[in-house]
Each structure stands twice: as structure tokens, then as C-alpha cells.
Design a protein around this ligand. Structure first.
Ligand code: SF4
Length: 431
């Protein structure tokens, strides 16, 4: 799946890309590196850049949706020792595939965004941690780094200024948990990728114990565009508290799966239209709107929901990373949950008991329901296990494993009960 189509609405990051025009020369022709140039040559202060970020309403595109300008303001700029900037391109959650397209088709947007971030926070060294299973994209990013260094957009005294920034790519190891920011830092330090206890947070104790700011690929890539168009105009693209555009990775039972960049607040029905509607004209049954950890929503509810942080939260789920998984009327929810449960069971790092034991326990229970061996009391027990994992673990993987279980049972309870009573699926396609 690629983003190489023009079915976007007001795109910024994915605009005018054809697969070949990723080089520095092409990016500069599209206006690239002009935001960085304006900052360095125009004497724009660090405070002004951070103020613009705040005014733009940009929120973290990796899942949490934390305001980016506020996060950048947490960096102790006057800290005398080394500070680090880290980009999280470790996308490994089922349904997510946007960040790999950004570094494949527009890598210089990310490099420029990181350089601006480094300037704003007084940082001289950065890393982009790239998911271990996307090797071609890692090579592409290395090539783009070489181009930027050769042109003087990275390295010492960028564009003749007194700002220096060394940026490196790091190819990860393919574990989902390394997308959790503190596990990523451990992995970057060469250790086993396991989440750290928080606090302390990375802003004060990050990479090698130094102050570190971590943002998602799409977040950094949006920065040059929002500065070029002006923070107010960027904010106005979306809606209040949901500024700008967002890349949605739509997959599942649609005619044209792929990455679509649209303003936040676009109706989900419009995204479905861009993606060609339901495959084979079938009826929509369920949607997971924000990556596999986001609670599933019934299709008819989602069709009336806008794609922004607040509207999706109101509908009972999360915008997350913008990975939209669409399921049609032939999909069995028990089987879907079985696959999701197996993923989290497999990817638990095993550090804390509720997650290590609970994910396996939930998987085995869903497995027996799917295979006709479920018991009526399993429904309550599943809910109980999920409830007792949530909020009792070191990192969010525990919650991510529990939320799909709760939401599937809440929204599609009748399918689970039918499986338990009749020992087979309610959905005709599976009979
Ligand atoms: Fe590891 Fe799971 Fe605990 Fe996260 S919640 S630290 S993945 S065991």
C-alpha cells in the first residue's frame, strides 16, 4: 500500500509526490528547507518557534495526541550537558503504515522538521529510530541524510549560522514494544528494548540519562509546512483543538486501502468515499479508528463521526496514530479479537505480571470461545481480566491489550454469546 495517489484533501506532507521526487533537489523546488532558512537567516528566536508550534495546535501524531509546542517547551534549554532529539519511526502496530511512506516519499520534510526542533530546543544531536522490518525505507532515509549533509542542511554551522545539528538513522529490531518511547531509548542505547518506570520522564532523564525530546515522524514532518503557511492558517485547516491535517492509513474491507492526508475534523464518511467505499459493496460492520489498540466502534456510529481527537473520543474510541481498520458484515468479531489478542500476547515484553500473564490468559480464553469451547462465565471473566490489567502496568501495552477486549464485548456481545452457546459463528460466511 502506498500514498501515491492524489485522493487527499488539502494535503501538506503527501502533496505532489510521485515516488521519484523524494530527493533534496525536488524537495527544495517544492519550497523545502525554506522554513529552516528563514529561522536561521532571519534570527527567529527559539521562543518564537515554540510559540508558533503552540499556536498551530499541532498534536503528537504517534498516538497520544500531546500538544507538540508544549512538549518542546519542557526541554530545559539551558541544561549545560548533551541533550538529544529522537524521532520515533518505530511504527509496528497492526494497521499503521504512514511513517514508512513519509520517509520513503518525503524524507527531507522529516529532516527539516527535526532540524527546526533541534534549533528550538538547543539540541545538537538527534536520532531517527526506524522500525526493524522496514529496511528499504531505512536505506532511503540514510540517502536523504547524506544529501542534507552535503548541502549544508545538517552538520556543523548549518547555512553559515552558529547552529550545528548531527542527525543519525538507527535501524531498530522489529519489536513492537520498541515503539514505546522509553523502550526505544533503551534499545537505542544498545540494551534490551523494555519500557522504563516513569517518572522520571525523558524530558529530564532520556537517552543516556540526558534530557531528550521524542516525537513521531509525522509530527516532525508537519513542522516545516505549518511554519511556512503560518500557525493560524495551519490551525484553521482543522478545527479548534484539532489543528492541521492528519494522515490516515485506511485498511481492511475498502476498495482502495492506503494513506490519505485530510484535515482533522473531516467526516469519516468522506474518508470512506476517498478510499472507494466498501469492497464489493458490502455493509460496514465495525471500525477500529486509531490502530489496533483503539476500541472498536460499530460501523453505523463511525459513519456519523468526524476524524478528530475529540469526536472519536466522544464516540468511545481514540484517534491514536490514525490507522483505520474497516471490517465488513462478513467479519467475525471473535476471530478478529483472537488475532488482536495474540498480537499483544506475543509482543508483551514480560516485565510486569498483569500484562505478561493477563495477555496470555485473555488470548487463551478468546481462543477457546472461537473454537467452540467457551463457557458462559467467560464473558465476565474476560472483562474482569481486562479491567485488572488496565492502569496496573509499567507501560501502555497493558491498556492496549485490554481495551480491544472490553470494546469488542461491549459492542458485539451477541456474537461472543452466540459462539459460546452454539459452538460456531453467528456470521453466515463462517458457517
Ligand atoms: Fe512490558 Fe507489558 Fe509491562 Fe509494558 S505493560 S512493560 S509490555 S510487560
Amino acid at each position: 500500500m502506498t500514498s501515491l495517489h492524489d485522493r487527499h484533501i488539502n494535503p501538506l506532507i503527501l502533496k505532489d509526490l510521485n515516488g521519484d521526487n523524494w530527493h533534496l533537489e525536488d524537495y527544495v523546488k517544492r519550497g523545502g528547507y525554506s522554513a529552516l532558512r528563514r529561522i536561521l537567516e532571519g534570527g527567529v528566536t527559539q521562543e518564537q518557534v515554540i510559540a508558533d508550534l503552540k499556536a498551530s495546535g499541532l498534536r503528537g501524531r504517534g498516538g497520544a495526541g500531546f500538544p507538540t509546542g508544549l512538549k518542546w517547551s519542557f526541554m530545559p534549554r539551558q541544561f549545560p550537558g548533551q541533550k538529544y532529539l529522537v524521532c520515533n519511526t518505530d511504527e509496528g502496530e497492526p494497521g499503521t503504515f504512514k511513517d514508512r511512506d513519509i520517509i520513503r516519499y518525503n524524507p527531507h520534510a522529516l529532516i527539516e522538521g527535526m532540524a527546526i526542533g533541534a534549533y528550538a530546543m538547543g539540541i545538537t544531536v538527534g536520532y531517527n529510530y526506524i522500525h526493524g522490518e522496514i529496511f528499504q525505507e531505512y536505506l532511503r532515509f540514510e540517502e536523504a541524510l547524506e544529501e542534507a549533509r552535503a548541502a549544508g542542511f545538517l552538520g556543523d554551522n548549518i547555512m553559515g549560522s552558529n547552529f550545528s545539528f548531527q542527525l543519525h538513522a538507527h535501524h531498530g529490531y522489529g519489536a513492537y514494544i520498541c515503539g514505546e518511547e522509553t523502550a526505544l531509548l533503551e534499545s537505542l542505547e544498545g540494551k534490551k528494548g523494555q519500557p522504563r518506570f516513569k517518572p522520571p520522564f525523558p524530558a529530564s532523564f532520556g537517552l543516556y540519562g540526558k534530557p531528550t525530546t521524542i516525537n513521531n515522524t509525522e509530527t516532525f514532518a508537519a513542522v516545516p509546512f505549518l511554519l511556512n503557511m503560518g500557525p493560524e492558517n495551519y490551525m484553521a485547516l482543522g478545527k479548534p483543538n484539532n489543528g492541521g491535517t492528519k494522515i490516515f492509513s485506511i485498511s481492511g474491507d475498502v476498495e482502495r486501502p492506503g494513506n490519505y492526508e485530510v484535515p482533522l475534523g473531516t467526516p469519516f464518511a468522506k474518508l470512506m468515499e476517498l478510499a472507494g467505499g466498501m469492497r464489493g459493496g458490502k455493509k460496514i460492520k465495525a471500525v477500529i479508528p486509531g490502530g489496533s489498540s483503539a476500541p472498536v466502534i460499530r460501523g453505523e456510529v463511525m459513519m456519523d463521526t468526524d476524524l478528530d481527537y475529540d469526536s472519536i473520543a466522544k464516540a468511545g474510541s481514540m484517534l491514536g496514530s490514525g490507522a483505520v481498520i474497516v471490517m465488513d458484515e462478513t467479519r467475525c468479531m471473535v476471530k478478529s479479537l483472537l488475532r488482536l489478542s495474540y498480537f499483544y500476547y506475543e509482543e508483551s515484553c514480560g516485565q510486569c505480571t498483569p500484562c505478561r500473564e493477563g495477555t496470555g490468559w485473555m488470548y487463551r480464553m478468546v481462543h477457546r470461545i472461537e473454537h467452540g469451547k467457551g463457557r458462559p462465565e467467560d464473558m465476565d471473566l474476560l472483562n474482569n481480566i481486562a479491567f485488572n490489567i488496565k492502569g496496573r502496568t509499567i507501560c501502555a501495552l497493558g491498556d492496549a491489550a485490554a481495551m480491544p477486549v472490553e470494546a469488542m464485548i461491549k459492542n458485539f456481545r451477541e456474537e461472543f454469546e452466540y459462539h459460546i452457546e452454539h459452538k460456531h459463528c453467528l456470521v453466515p460466511a463462517y458457517l
